[in-house]
Design a protein around this ligand. Sequence first.
Ligand code: TZP
Ligand code: MG
Length: 226
Amino acid sequence: MSALKVDYSVYLVTGRDLLQPGMDYLESLEQSLQGGVTLVQIREKTADTGEFLEIAQASKTICHKYNVPILINDRIDIALAIKADGVHLGQSDMPISIARSLLPPNSIIGLTCNNAEHVTKAIEDGADYVGLGPVWATATKDVKNPTVGPRGIGKLVHLLEGTDVKSVAIAGIKSTNTLHCLHGSVSLGGRALDGVAVVSDIVASQEPKKAAARIAAEVQSFRRAQ
Ligand code: TZP
Ligand code: MG
């Protein structure tokens, strides 16, 4: 159950395989939080359950030290075990209704959405937020869906008008294109993304704190211009 306020502005999705040589994972996570990461998703595609559990628990301790909520990718059991603040689910993971029934009240549930049908269903199913994309091409994940660009993201954000469902964009987002993504995706109704989800621009940086701070500054600059 999340007692922490959820701020989607700078949403870090982890990717331990992208760390610079010699960079410790937990050190990198802590630096990124110091730089201004506001929400963290632990994404582990190859770790076994024991390892995932250990990483998730250690990550939670650090995130909560900075009052930043922690979400677990895919694995409801890991989220329950470490009392995470919520989960992030993909289109072929557990349905939201079942996840909701298993998790404590007020857990955050996010869903990856690549098109309008996904977004409409996410609203119906009671997602707290949607991860929209891919915005641009990325080497971080083998994404099969076509890239939609900021304007495509804007069309999906528009579907959220009149709902409380929050949104972030993902794939290929860097400090250098964050403003392009945010401005370009402001929907017809004027609704904006609530944040950007980023892996490599932060995780693969030599200086994760600075990398996160650069993105945070771009998000703030966008908000000031709104
Ligand atoms: N889901 C869709 S794209 C992606 C995930 C986890 C990876 C995005 O990584 P990057 O490095 O921010 O482009
Ligand atoms: Mg998944």
